[in-house]
Design a binder for this molecule. Structure first.
Ligand SMILES: [Zn+2]
Length: 315
């Protein structure tokens, strides 16, 4: 654990060490309630984005690190599962037409602060549906995913409001099965943190996305208050990496039609080209770190990957 903390701390995920300490305490106090693998997952998924320092991020991924070798192994495993389930290693986006049930957990302060309105939550669901339907650009993919709000739950707890005891509060409040998107709205130093679909089986109780409550439509997060942080985090939850995953490599984000990108974008830098590989940076892609107003699309390749991932791990 010490090694993991210092490695992540060096990558400037400043609050991670605190979260890790909390996670470690939980494991000790929780005794046999959490397995060793669950503990590792709980520790590894907390490295996240400090949006206060530079736009959406730039200080480490808002999901657990996945090395190039693990990336290859995950892709091979997914193809095996899909062949077993469907007879084909990939799934066409049109094959998935279902609606994803959404549970929203509003983690307010003890006195009821940091709340969001039901109207904001409804608008957030609308943003998820519009962005996953490709409605923000003529070149955007219609992923076929739709989102339907099933329940909203409000809690008054200062620790949970700050994302403290995160693994514990998620396991206590999570609703639904692998196909259910749980959104925990908290007040932390990040815009959002997500778990990946291939980790669900190992630790289902923490599966979902944590989102800065002020990033919802009408919230106070300047440049990040159009609700597209949830779109981005749900992209991870459906198996997408950042468009800058792997940097300037041909493997990149395991998606062929997103040009390789050397690092995260900040703001909306038109014409940015951070790699000598073909294509300019996909700054309008929901899986970059651009401003919400700059976000307009998922690609067909990302749409296909999400359908494959959903079919393999969440269907
Ligand atoms: Zn991300």
């Amino acid at each position: 654990m010490t090694t993991r903390i210092s490695r992540i701390t060096r990558s400037l995920c400043r609050t991670t060490a605190i979260s890790l300490a909390l996670a470690g305490t939980l494991v000790v106090l929780g005794g046999a309630a959490e397995s060793a693998s669950a503990r590792i997952l709980a520790e590894r998924d907390v490295c996240a984005t400090d949006f206060g320092a530079s736009a959406r991020g730039g200080h480490g991924a808002d999901h657990r690190d996945v090395s190039a070798s693990e990336q290859k192994s995950i892709d091979a495993q997914t193809a095996r599962i899909l062949r077993d389930k469907t007879g084909s290693a990939t799934v066409a986006p049109t094959q998935f037409g279902g609606s994803i049930p959404v549970y929203v957990h509003v983690m307010r302060t003890a006195s009821g602060g940091d709340d969001v309105t039901d109207s904001q939550i409804a608008q957030q669901i609308d943003v998820l549906n519009a962005t996953y339907a490709g409605q923000e650009s003529s070149t955007a993919a219609n992923t076929g995913f739709t989102f339907s709000l099933v329940g909203t739950y409000r809690y008054n707890n200062n620790t949970w409001n700050r994302d403290g005891a995160s693994a514990k509060y998620r396991s206590q409040t999570r609703k639904g099965g692998p196909n259910a998107l749980n959104i925990w709205l908290v007040d932390f130093s990040y815009l959002g943190i997500a778990t990946f679909p291939w980790d669900y089986a190992k630790n289902p109780s923490i599966d979902g996305i944590r989102v800065q409550y002020s990033s919802l439509p009408g919230g106070s997060s300047t440049n990040f208050n159009l609700g597209e942080t949830a779109t981005h985090e749900a992209g991870h939850w459906l198996g997408l990496y950042h468009t800058f995953q792997g940097g300037c490599t041909t493997t990149n984000d395991s998606v062929a039609d997103t040009p390789a990108q050397g690092s995260a974008s900040s703001g909306c830098p038109a014409g940015r080209d951070s790699c000598s590989l073909p294509g300019t940076d996909p700054i309008h892609n929901y899986m970059d770190y651009s401003y919400d107003s700059c976000y307009t699309e998922f690609t067909a390749g990302q749409s296909s990957r999400m359908s494959s991932m959903f079919t393999a791990y969440r269907a």
